[in-house]
Design a protein around this ligand. Structure first.
Ligand code: F6R
Length: 261
């Protein structure tokens, strides 16, 4: 894994935006995997700003979101459909028919999962997958102890994630317990994974993901098996890493074309 640690959220965001922009500029039909939640919010705001300055375009780009709550329709303010529309899609030149999200209200969720895998495959696979990480090490909504080779499936949220995500709902009992998510195996098929983690509450999970064993106890640790994963951390999220000096050594010795900033 390539680990990049920066002192400020602005510096982290700038590197993440540079990576996304590179994919948008260099590929004719880029396919992005997108995450929701608080972690990518600044990145999406920066991409909108870059689009408005004429520095990037999403024309020709296809997107696939990681996950959705079961039972929330696209107009529900806590749905990830709504989140993506308000935080990115409505502000850039993405063709709506090329933005794919899982339908958590499908009457046949298993068919929806199969169809999503098919749609990713028809698009030619995901070039860049943006990821956050849960405090318990989940990626997408792949909670601890699930399969590390799973494909898009329906999962039950852990109590920890229910608690963490309750902040977005009026009543904690309103948080859906079922979700539909790309599997860990789906994520691992992306050509490049970009994980961002900010804040002390992510430090244990980050440490397990990068320095711990590959284990279903921390689904994000499966990214150690991925051929190209970049992790961008702020100082609090990086504070438990034991091998920070090694990551900094690698960064200092990169060739110019290997650098993002
Ligand atoms: C969201 C997703 C989740 C989040 C994770 C972190 O689409 O797949 O894995 O990335 O729960 O959430 P935040 O960013 O809100 O801390």
């Amino acid at each position: 894994m390539e680990v990049i640690i920066r002192a400020t959220l602005d510096a982290c965001t700038s590197i993440a935006a540079t990576i996304v922009a590179k994919h948008l500029r260099e590929r004719k039909c880029p396919v992005l995997g997108l995450a929701t939640g608080s972690t990518p919010e600044r990145l999406y705001a920066e991409l909108i700003a870059m689009f408005r300055r004429g520095e990037i375009s999403f024309g020709g780009c296809t997107t696939f979101n990681l996950d959705e709550y079961v039972g929330l329709d696209a107009s529900h303010p806590q749905s990830y459909h709504y989140d993506m529309r308000t935080k990115l899609f409505d502000h850039v030149d993405l063709e709506p028919s090329r933005t794919h999200l899982l339908d958590g209200c499908s009457t046949d969720l298993r068919a929806e999962c199969r169809d999503y895998e098919q749609r990713i495959s028809t698009a030619g696979g995901i070039h860049l997958q943006i990821l956050g990480i849960g405090a318990n090490g989940h990626i997408g909504f792949n909670e601890p102890f699930g399969s590390l080779s799973s494909r898009t499936w329906v999962k039950i949220l852990s109590r920890r994630t229910l608690e963490d995500n309750a902040r977005y709902f009026q009543d904690r009992n309103d948080v859906p317990r079922q979700v539909i998510t790309m599997g860990v195996g789906t994520i691992l098929k992306a050509a490049h994974c970009l994980v961002m983690a900010f804040g002390r509450q992510k430090a244990e999970a980050v440490c397990q993901m990068i320095e711990g064993p590959v284990t279903a106890r921390c689904p994000a640790s499966a990214l150690q098996l991925h051929r190209r994963t970049t992790v961008i951390l702020d100082e609090p999220a990086a504070c438990l890493l034991q091998h920070r000096a090694d990551f900094e050594w690698i960064e200092r010795n990169k060739l110019p074309w290997q650098r993002y900033d």
